[in-house]
Design a protein around this ligand. Structure first.
Ligand code: ADP
Ligand code: NA
Length: 343
């Protein structure tokens, strides 16, 4: 048995980008070195909270799976799977819909951003998304969840749901022999951090790099080739000043801060380390070094993704095996939850 259980997910919504890699997928790979069972999920049920073309979705699911594998997630050691193939996610989400409070969901800022002005016309699924996310995590009683900074509020909601379930059903949890001393569900630790917990758009340092930005130049896609990566880095917005020699000098300079953070994360060093080498340099020089580093990491990753996507049978076999192993963990959790609730 492992000491920790790690869960995280990525939506198959197309345009996988550098923010997804540095804020999430690269860190998923690193978690495999811990004493942990890691589960990495392609969360298609989250994806359909916004309209997805049915003819494209399967390809998008395979593309995220390919990104996981190309980045170095080992499908023998970790469990790589697709959310909709494991029915316990939806089942537990319903029970959690009856635990979570409306007031909690009303505070979720991502819903407000994604629903936009026409909130009356947003799907109920988009609103309940964070409850499904709690179910994704707690179906495995995950102890740690590596995510980007944008998921912080949703992770807090997951903790609130776990605690409320543990409290509301404390007697029943004990009566069924499921209380190891601290309730049935763990209070999951979010792992948010590193220099790229929030990668910003290359065109506007105040917006996060995102799959849905209309400008393709705003993000580096994981399938971009060396020329595209170079062009986007060179076009990235900057200010006219040289790089500062200390991190404090990045405050009030979001575009500079973003490029330094990306460089640091790609190189596995801190912002301090980067500025020790490049403090005083002009952006033209720094961008040259960043292009080299980004191409070195991302060009082989993109090429391997394309190779894997070309053989869907191999990817589908990984997902089928992963679903079976995931369900073997989630099914006993759901059996216990049903006993606890009184079903
Ligand atoms: P997106 O937010 O791009 O639509 P997902 O919701 O599927 O993608 O997020 C997948 C993972 O990537 C999550 O852990 C999320 O926090 C992380 N992530 C997304 N965008 C960024 C970003 N700009 N910087 C850092 N991490 C990010
Ligand atoms: Na996100």
């Amino acid at each position: 048995a492992f000491k920790e259980l790690v869960f995280s997910g990525v939506q198959p919504t197309g345009n996988l980008h550098l923010g997804n890699y540095l804020g999430a997928i690269k860190r998923f790979v690193e978690m495999q070195a811990r004493d942990a069972q890691c589960l990495y999920c392609v969360v298609d049920m989250h994806a359909i909270t916004l309209w997805q073309d049915p003819a494209a979705l399967k390809g998008q699911i395979r593309e995220v799976t390919a990104a996981f594998l190309a980045a170095g997630i080992d499908p023998k050691r970790s469990i790589v799977f697709n959310q909709s193939q494991v029915p316990q996610h939806a089942e537990l989400a319903w029970i959690f819909n009856c635990v979570a409070r409306l007031g909690w969901l009303n505070r979720m800022t991502q819903f407000k951003d994604k629903a936009g002005k026409d909130r009356e016309n947003a799907s109920v699924g988009l609103y309940a998304y964070p409850v499904l996310m709690a179910a994704d995590i707690l179906a495995y009683r995950a102890t740690h969840v590596p995510v980007g900074e944008d998921q912080k509020q949703h992770l807090e909601l997951t903790r609130d749901i776990a605690q409320k379930f543990n409290n509301d059903f404390s007697d029943s949890i004990a009566a069924h022999g499921h209380d190891a001393g601290d309730g049935f569900f763990p209070v999951t630790e979010p792992l948010i951090g590193g220099p790229a917990a929030r990668v910003m758009s290359l065109r506007d340092g105040t917006k996060k790099m995102s799959k849905s930005d209309a400008s393709d130049n705003s993000r580096i896609n994981l399938t971009d080739d060396a020329d595209a990566i170079a062009a986007k880095v060179r076009k990235a917005k900057t200010d006219p000043d040289a790089l500062p020699s200390e991190v404090a000098g990045l405050s009030g300079r979001p575009e500079a801060d973003n490029l330094v953070g990306i460089f640091a994360a790609l190189k596995d060093v801190s912002r301090e380390d980067v500025l020790r080498d490049y403090g005083g340099a002009q952006f033209s020089a720094f961008k040259g070094a960043l292009v080299e580093l980004a191409v070195e990491t991302l060009a082989p990753l993109g090429a391997e993704m394309k190779r894997l996507v070309a053989d869907p049978a191999e990817i589908d076999a990984v997902l089928a095996d992963g679903a079976e192993r995931a369900e073997a963990i989630a099914a006993p959790t759901l059996d216990a939850v049903k006993d606890i609730v009184g079903f």
